[in-house]
Design a binder for this molecule. Sequence first.
Ligand code: PLP
Length: 367
Amino acid sequence: MPLEPKPGILDISPYVGGRASVPGVARAHKLSSNESPLGPSPAALAALDEARPSLSLYPEGSARLLREAIAEFFNLDPARIIASGGGSDALLHLLADAYLRPDDEVVFGAHAFLVYKIATQANSARPVIVPEKDTNTGIRLDVDAMLAAVTPRTRMVYLANPNNPTGTSLNREEMARLHAGLPEDVLLVIDAAYAEYVGAKDYEAGLEMAAQFPNVVMTRTFSKLYGLAGLRIGWMYACPAVCDAINRIRGPFNTSLMQQLVASAALTDREHFWAAVKHNDRWLPWITAEIRKTGLRVDDSTANFVLIHFPPQGDKTAADADAFMCRNGIILRPVANYGLPNCLRMTVGTEEQNRLAVSLLQQFTAA
Ligand SMILES: Cc1ncc(COP(=O)(O)O)c(C=O)c1O
């Protein structure tokens, strides 16, 4: 018998990240990966130097330095934090590795972050994909439909709040209702990668739920608002039993000292944090309003990107827009693989990038 991977693995469509360049275009602006237009904090960059002497030594294995910094900042128990040097992506996988058995069911929305399906299939478990609601403000997760999809085989529910690529989020009450409807042997994974951008008062990133319930985990990242996508560092908060399971299977040195020092410095630079929040608060509504003036549908977003809808037919489709934008130096994200073939996702960029992108979309729609 030839060597074969576990069932499900060869059904996985590999994750394709946002493009960073366009052949033949000298200067292309990347608005395809929800990175921060402000980049990392100067304090984070300074911490890189501090990390230099550590490169030849194994780091302390539990990321104590970073866990303590996060715990102090958010007023949490450091023992219930696990850091990851592979971004929050790696934590989403570790949770699946720890809890999914073959043929278990994993529930998530029709336009969920692609890693949920990959982590599910990598463990020979079954994705249960739930339709989302198309409302007049955007495409939203449907809590009732999610709960209706739960069966005795369900082991996990993944949910990004805010969701990528739709940009919509659930409020505290909706999250509580979702959790209340789940059996206690189902793990609710709240992926709060974009939590820092949400201003709504009725939003709860998942910390309170993860602190209270043994079947809730919240994951976070330094990749988005903190401008450290290249550093690859994320963390999670969960009950001691879930942490114990993950700590048994994670890599023994899964965060470098460099990652810990840089992320800790980023966390404490509140000036940079607020500058990034303010930048997004200024440009997200502007982009949304300006693109709407072209006649294109743009959903209300609670994150650092917008979902733009294009006509399914004719010469102004999402694929036409993508090609036009790329030719003119703006790279957006096609999201057909998220079940949204008529949409493109645009990250909030610098002022220059935002103005260029909007004026190109005006030209595209007017042509
Ligand atoms: C919803 C969501 N979760 C998780 C991630 C992964 O982030 P990280 O860089 O921490 O792996 C992303 C990144 O695009 C995301 O959009």
